[in-house]
Design a protein around this ligand. Sequence first.
Ligand code: AMP
Length: 442
Amino acid sequence: MSFASLGLNAQLVQAINECGYTEPTPIQTQAIPLVLAGGDLLAGAQTGTGKTAGFGLPMLQRLSETQAKPLANGRAPVRALILTPTRELAAQVEENIRAYAKYSGLRTLAMFGGVSINPQMKALGGKIDIVVATPGRLLDHVSQRSIDLSRVEMLVLDEADRMLDMGFIRDIQRIIAKMPPKRQNLLFSATFSNEIKKLAETLLTNPEHIEVATRNATADTIAQRFYGVDKNQKRALLSYLIGHHNWRQVLVFTRTKHGANRLAMQLDKDGLPAMAIHGDKSQGARTRALSQFKEGKLRVLVATDIAARGIDISELPHVVNYELPHVAEDYVHRIGRTGRAGVKGEAISLICFEEKPLLKAIEKLIKQTAELEILPGYEPLPDSEQPPIEKPAPNRGRGGASAGNSRGGQNAGRGNAGGRGNSGSTNKAPRSAKPPRRHDNG
Ligand code: AMP
């Protein structure tokens, strides 16, 4: 199957060739002809499947086939809008589409918060065909009248499930109200909750439905490993794994912003250059950390799920779940950051006693059994000697995760309630060129 045989024109095929894509991915094979035909689409596909080209290429082709009439004020109209949940994803999608548009004469603009609005306003003064935006910043532009959505011909909701999780539904509805009713709508989502189905019903007209959502879960390019370890040993084990295997680029997931900050600081102290990205960091700091990581100057990037959504690092070799996500689907999203486009990747999960129920849910979802490996020197206490699990507070934002976190990894003073203290740590540590660091106090 070639891109040309899907009906894409020569300019696009050339741009794709220059991106190094030789054949379409499954989502592209399915989505491209359907979008070219002009109908609405409901697609089950997550980041990593090649979905951006799946909607971006036919979008570019359709837009290049017709000329848009100027707006009443003489300006060229915005013809397509792609909404994404996060700034990182907006930046990345725009970057990809810009590459695909190289020979199509269509212009793109990324628009997100956390950076000055002025350059975006200035750009909107010129010809912009495709806007890739997060909902909040787009609405800022709408209210300042720097953007006119009345001529949008195509709308894409990218990672729609995540947008709903993040509470963007009202914003999305306000944005839709600014667009003409007659347009092509594409909705991409990794999961299909009732909320998503409701949104799809109101947004889409006779949509075609395609699905490749589980690709990452079963991708045989991702080797998944699971280490059983006590919570207060996780950081030491992580430092050891990174040093021992000499991993040069590893993306580590924590559950909370606070946990991400602390872990990055501790790894840095361990001599492993690390930075954290999460929603509380300024856009500048996030972009800086991400680009240093991509350039290989930063060895470890610690991220929360939301900040990492959609991060695309080509050939990212290692992903670590420092803590398992509460939602099993997020495991699939996380490990989907590695093993992309046929390149081999490894996903490591550090599992402590209280995470075993979460692991069960993940096993069910990925339809695989997780074999727990135990590293000498990092043996967890037997289940019968584990301290009672602290019940997370009902409010997800506050107690739950952070309560768990505050015990995680570094409170050596307290050790774990089983009172193992440091026995058998340094002396039992595995022999290796680089001895593991076991200073539990961080
Ligand atoms: P996406 O799911 O759109 O975020 O794409 C995931 C990654 O796959 C990106 O780095 C794309 O550049 C890459 N990609 C997309 N389509 C192809 C393809 N047909 N062949 C190889 N790589 C691709």
